[in-house]
Ligand binder design. Structure first.
Ligand code: CU
Length: 645
């Protein structure tokens, strides 16, 4: 049995400048905007979220003292398509900034997701195309709303759209992705609630073999799985106050918003009584899933699940004993609906500890003395369902000072029907007639670094084999070459396998006891090359995927790697636009952006539900400490017997 939940509700009052907006603040912010700038019956709220305070305000915060509090609001008028941004001072409930944002599209909203299917299924042209495919029970057709991208089509210009693909369910709980309805795409105008166009690329027979994974469909389970219980009789080792988490020497704050989902702030390490900053802010900034099939409507499949849908909006309510084991602290997420009203995703974020094997060990070969420590890690996680896929966002904090970020991808492959006579050159057949296209999941994480303070530099470290010669007569010599990345253009870098390349983020002001700059190294554990042509629409819109490393000079408005409004964007926003200025990067306040991901050539084993596949990166202290910082981790009761004192 899992241990009891320690606490489930987030305290509904802001205690710190970085706390997410409370339900009352969401309501007051949208009311203030509506009172000052009512857009009428077509007014929709894309976002009502914390306008994060300046770093000075965070640093100057003193508990119990008043602090600045502002909301960022994005609203639009669905009758005209006009988009506006506002800032609301929540101390006075007044709109302090209101500006139109021309030429952009807001995110696809929850309202749109249900609307798209209803509109498509009711359209006579869509019904006729289904009937041609032998389907007349239209209520069993699932229509997935996909972001439309931007392909320069004149009839799509100026509209807020979804592109769609559809599947068939034989019954309510059937896995529809076993039954793709190939070649039929409706383009839906979200604001007019009508089908703009039907793109019929030609039918294929709908595969009808059921491929269900849910327990309700299984009669046989393996019978040799005995209970494995996580027991923490004295409770967890973390302490939570509001949104602040203290775990051993780590300190951090948990945040959450509709777009990025889980956001961590003020990550620091307590070292000899001194709190040493590591990261000011860390979050998944953007992601894109480009598919590699050129035909049908499939060239349009490249969802930006953060910026186009909001990975936070799509977060699950987590369940003890299923998603999370042990002594758990959950955080609820309060978001705004399209009317500006608050709603809660209960238990959206899970905080817990995990056993993590061996922390360190040595057996003295000559005396036989053994010393070993068990490792545990602190896990802060959330899981979002984006259509057919699930993405788990997992931040891990380790006792040796390292941080690890992992994305767990699971859920169901996006499928299509194999056309008659089609050679499967862009995907894998995972069921008779069912084709899962090659694709990638490329993520970009934004790391507002603060290694021992704001003044940092990024150093690229390559390992170089030295030529055989007088200084290397045996050919065994290799050394490292370090290059400071001096400006934003020079800091657009890729991994180099042959150089075992990594990047160090160094403090300009702090040195360890050995005289070295204190630093963390970014280890790119899951680099993926881009396979989309640089000329393609998706490559222009998701330029972040072309480089594994970008570094920018800190600017508070630069949060999203593909820009604030990637939905239907033409491209060029975000990192390529900001770095065009080629700002200097040495010994200043920096933001490190790391692109990584999953290169997904589907396997039959990924269907009908995909086992978790992981990708991520690590931040390891590299001279941040003078020695292994985990020497003081005590032997656990179970490992004491392995240690000779
Ligand atoms: Cu995939």
């Amino acid at each position: 049995m899992p241990d009891a939940v320690t606490e489930t509700r987030t305290i509904p009052a802001p205690h710190h400048p970085l706390d997410p907006l409370t339900p009352d603040e969401i309501r007051r912010a949208s009311a203030a905007v509506r009172a000052a700038h009512d857009l009428g019956a077509g007014m929709m709220f894309e976002t009502v979220t914390l306008s994060e305070p300046a770093k000075d305000a965070v640093r100057g915060f003193q508990p119990g003292r008043p602090f600045p509090r502002e909301a960022f609001v994005c609203a639009f008028d669905r009758t005209s398509g006009a988009v506006f941004e506002a800032r609301v001072d929540l101390r006075t409930d007044t709109v302090v900034d209101w500006r139109p944002v021309p030429g952009v599209r807001p995110r696809i909203l929850i309202d749109d997701i249900t609307l798209v299917g209803e509109v498509a299924r009711a359209d006579p042209r869509f019904r006729a195309a289904l009937a041609q495919r032998g389907i007349t029970d239209f209520e069993n057709v699932q229509v997935d709303p996909w972001s439309a991208g931007n392909y320069g089509l004149t009839d799509e210009a100026g509209r807020r759209l979804c592109h769609t693909f559809c599947w068939y369910r034989t019954e309510k709980n059937d896995n529809p992705y076993a039954h793709p309805i190939e070649g039929l795409c409706a383009v839906v105008d979200l604001d007019r609630a009508e089908v703009l166009r039907i793109d019929d690329y030609g039918a294929a027979e709908v595969p009808m073999q059921s491929r269900n994974y849910a327990a309700r469909y299984r009669t046989v389970f393996r019978d040799d799985v005995k209970p494995l219980e996580i027991v923490q009789p004295d409770g967890p080792s973390f302490h939570v106050e509001g949104n602040e988490v203290r775990w051993q020497k780590w300190r951090l704050r948990v945040g959450f918003n509709a777009r990025e989902g889980l956001v961590l702030h003020a990550i620091g390490y307590e070292d000899a009584g001194r709190l040493r900053p590591v990261l000011h802010r860390a979050a998944l900034s953007e992601m894109v899933v480009p598919y590699g099939h050129p035909g049908g409507g499939h060239f349009r499949k490249n969802a930006f699940d953060v910026g186009e849908y909001g990975i936070g909006v799509l977060a699950n309510s987590l369940t003890l004993g299923c998603d999370c084991l042990g002594a758990i602290r959950y955080f609820d997420a309060w978001l705004s609906d399209s009317k500006g009203e608050p709603y809660c995703i209960e238990k959206a974020v899970c905080l817990h500890e995990e056993d993590f094997g061996i922390l360190w060990k040595h057996t003295d070969l000559f005396t036989g003395e053994v010393d070993v420590r068990r490792a545990r890690r602190l896990v802060v996680s959330s899981i979002s369902t984006v259509g057919n896929y699930e993405y788990g966002l997992f931040w891990y904090f380790h006792q040796d000072g390292s941080i690890h970020f992992e994305i767990k991808a699971t859920g169901i492959l996006n499928t299509s029907g194999l056309k008659p006579g089609e050679t499967p050159t862009h995907g894998t057949i995972v069921s008779p007639g069912v084709y899962a296209h090659y694709h990638q999941h490329i993520f970009n994480v934004r790391l507002d670094v603060a290694i021992d303070g704001e003044r940092n530099r990024v150093v690229e470290v390559d390992t170089v084999a030295l030529p055989v010669g007088p200084d290397n007569p045996h050919g065994n010599a290799f050394t490292t070459r370090e290059s400071v990345l001096k400006s934003e253009q020079a800091a657009q870098r890729n991994v180099d396998f042959n150089a075992a390349r990594f990047w160090k983020i160094e403090s300009a002001d702090s040195r360890n006891g050995l005289g070295q700059p204190t630093a963390y190294k970014l280890l790119p554990l899951s680099p993926v090359p881009m396979f989309s042509s640089p000329q393609s629409s998706v490559a222009k819109r998701a330029a972040f995927m072309s480089r594994q490393l970008w570094v920018t000079a800190y600017h508070p408005d630069e949060l999203h790697a593909a820009g604030r409004y990637p939905n239907q964007s033409a491209g060029g926003d975000g990192l390529p636009a900001w770095t065009a200025a080629d700002r200097p990067l040495v010994d200043t306040d920096l933001v490190v952006w790391h692109s990584f991901g999953l290169h997904h050539i589907p396997r039959p084993e990924d269907f009908p539900v995909q086992p978790v596949t992981t990708s991520g990166f690590a931040l390891h202290p590299a001279g941040f400490f003078d020695e292994n910082p985990a020497l003081d981790v005590p032997p656990t009761a179970s490992s004491k017997s392995c240690c000779v004192d």
